[in-house]
Design a protein around this ligand. Structure first.
Ligand SMILES: [Fe+2]
Ligand SMILES: [Fe+2]
Length: 338
């Protein structure tokens, strides 16, 4: 068995309750799982199935094509090698389910599939947040400028996490090297996808779609995770030379909101079940996420626009992003009865 004995013991004591078979309890000294946990896990699959036009109604067709390139890259990997984080997650979860005698219904057997290609679920949710926040925050200028800024933002968020290098464990995943590499890789992939899409677009429209945002999109993608790169604090904010800071802010906020999303939150709770010392504590985890989102503001050079939550600055610098943050915190509290 590859998973910890402690977890095996816990799972053998599962007792399924509730009419929908979704609500599982563990012995009180350990954990209580919530229907919201299973709802979140199942939402992972729903997110992966959605087309871009469903997530962002009215978005341009070439961006929909870009989204499908990104999907293929995440699902099939590169040169026959599957990359991305969480490659071990479906198998580990499956082992747990197989060894848990109470978990027999069809819905629960579908769970391992929910844990495949988690980068795609993350991207789908981030894209939706970016679209919603961007519509509100980037619409103060003239129409053509707005459209240009939206195009930059959406192209960047679509590809931003499409090319994680293969990592063996969580330590590798959070290393500075992986953080930097996945940004560099995503830039390379974006250039390749954009070129292919533009070849066809040019034939019909007489001009390429992505050319006028190429540099800016690359600039955002190659920096998007900089605040998370473990290096000297002074170098951790964005250096937005060519791109308006607001676009970086919306991109980062949409990216981070995943941790509070119904699906993203459940996924992170599930990851904790597979740690060497497994734990399940939604309240503790929510507090951790909020703290992280406050802590990140400390690496920003310009902090005057950081919105305050519970008396402390947060990474949120736009009205719409901050409102979404507060809404999601309240939803998770209600979901997990805090
Ligand atoms: Fe990233
Ligand atoms: Fe991301």
């Amino acid at each position: 068995m590859n998973y910890p004995q402690q977890l095996t013991d816990m799972i053998e004591q599962y007792e399924r309750i509730g009419s929908e078979g979704r609500h599982l309890t563990l012995p009180k000294k350990f954990i209580v799982t919530h229907p919201a946990f299973f709802r979140g896990i199942h939402k992972l699959r729903g997110l992966k199935q959605k087309k871009l036009a469903e997530l962002c109604p009215g978005i341009d067709e070439p961006l929909c094509e870009l989204y499908e390139y990104m999907r293929s890259r995440i699902v099939h990997g590169k040169d026959g090698e599957q990359t991305g984080r969480d490659r071990n997650l479906p198998g580990s979860i499956e082992q747990i389910l197989n060894n848990s005698p109470d978990i027999t219904n069809l819905e629960l057997l579908q769970i391992p599939e929910c844990f495949e290609n988690t980068d795609l679920a993350h991207t789908a949710a981030s894209v939706k947040y970016a679209w919603e926040i961007g519509q509100k925050e980037l619409s103060r200028e003239k129409k053509h400028i707005n459209e240009h800024r939206q195009k930059m933002l959406m192209a960047a968020i679509i590809v931003h996490d499409c090319a994680y290098p293969k990592t063996e464990n969580f330590k590798d995943f959070t290393s500075a090297e992986t953080r930097v590499k996945h940004m560099e890789n995503a830039v390379i992939e974006f250039k390749y996808f954009a070129k292919k899409i533009d070849e066809d677009y040019n034939k019909i429209h007489g001009k390429p779609y992505f050319r006028n945002v190429m540099d800016e999109v690359c600039h955002i993608v190659e920096q998007h995770d900089k605040p998370s790169v473990p290096t000297h604090e002074r170098f951790r904010d964005f250096f937005a030379m060519r791109v308006s800071s607001e676009i970086f802010w919306v991109h980062r906020e949409a990216d981070r909101l995943w941790m509070l999303d119904e699906a993203g939150f459940a996924l992170d709770l599930a990851r904790r079940l597979l740690e060497d010392n497994p734990w399940y504590n939604p309240e503790k985890y929510l507090n951790h996420v909020v703290k992280q989102h406050q802590k990140e503001s400390k690496v920003y050079i310009g902090r005057t626009s950081c919105r305050q939550f519970q008396g402390e600055n947060t990474l949120y610098r736009t009205d719409a992003g901050f409102e979404t943050f507060k809404r999601l915190v309240a939803e998770r509290k209600a979901d997990y009865c805090m």
